[in-house]
Design a protein. Sequence first.
Length: 184
Amino acid sequence: MPLNRPSDAARADVVRTILETKRLRLRELTLADLDFVADMLGDPEVMRFYPKPLSRLEAEAWIAQQTARYARDGHGLWLVEERSTGMPVGTVGLISQTVDGVDETEVGYLVHRPYWRRGFAVEAALAVRDHAFSYLGRARVVSLIRRANLPSQAVARRLRMAPVSTTIHAGLEHIVFAVDRARP
């Protein structure tokens, strides 16, 4: 190993901040976030529009999936923290998806139940949408949302997204909400 190369343990302590808003910081997830992520993804109310709540082991694999996305795509779902307290409130980010044979960039958002109705999803997702347009040069972003998930549809509309089609994703019907870079 080269002399100046940090050890894997030292690199694990370096957490990359992606975006900041007035109230929030979005940063890459690490295994150190497992307690929060497992609690959020294990909550039946938070996961009511997903196939099922996740076990702690599944939450650990979910974090590994995000870190693999960072390496492969340059983005994934990021941890959202309150800047004033450093407390995690959810995950928001960009996911590469294939929707009906077309490569798309999805704005995904999930806020833990204790932090609902504080505007965190909208604030973080707006920053992520703008990041996709300005920094990554995407012409369009989408969000895949279950028909019954009215709160997420409301967030998508606050992002100036509109329903454009339906698709089957993960074996479930979703509405495809989209917005073009020229529209925000």
